[in-house]
Ligand binder design. Structure first.
Ligand SMILES: [Zn+2]
Length: 135
């Protein structure tokens, strides 16, 4: 009785140059974050190097195109809200930072790393806080 997942076929349609982040896509809601804040994950520092357009085809034939940034190992780079949206974090560029899917899953709306070298400090502080709360 396993849940059937929606089958989606994914095709790579086009690969762009990273330069396009600063020209073609500079006003793209998601991609402009990478143009402004860099292509590296703020937590693990892995680098987005491939800008790829993929077509997600549903079983019923409808499709959607998405342009996303991936690392060499095809790990998807996402845009993270430093102050999560559920805590009224803004959609402003100031509140956004590049983060890979792996780190974003770990974060899971809990702690809020900041850009740069203090992120580990905040992560550590968060873990201590969580640990204290359990006792
Ligand atoms: Zn990461």
């Amino acid at each position: 009785m396993s849940k059937k997942r929606k089958r989606v076929k994914i095709n790579i349609i086009e690969e762009y140059s990273l330069e396009d982040l600063h020209t073609k896509f500079k006003n793209h809601k998601r991609l402009k974050v990478f143009a402004n804040k860099g292509t590296r994950c703020v937590a693990c520092h892995c680098n987005g190097t491939r800008l790829i357009k993929r077509r997600y085809i549903q079983k019923n034939g409808s499709f959607e195109d998405h342009i996303d940034l991936y690392t060499d190992k095809m790990l998807l780079m996402t845009v993270d809200h430093m102050l999560p949206k559920c805590k009224k974090g803004s959609e402003d560029l100031k509140n956004k930072q590049p983060m890979c899917t792996k780190c974003n899953c770990e974060k899971n709306g809990k702690y809020t790393p900041i850009l740069g070298r203090f992120s580990w400090y905040y992560r550590f502080r968060y873990l201590i806080k969580e640990w204290v709360r359990k006792w």
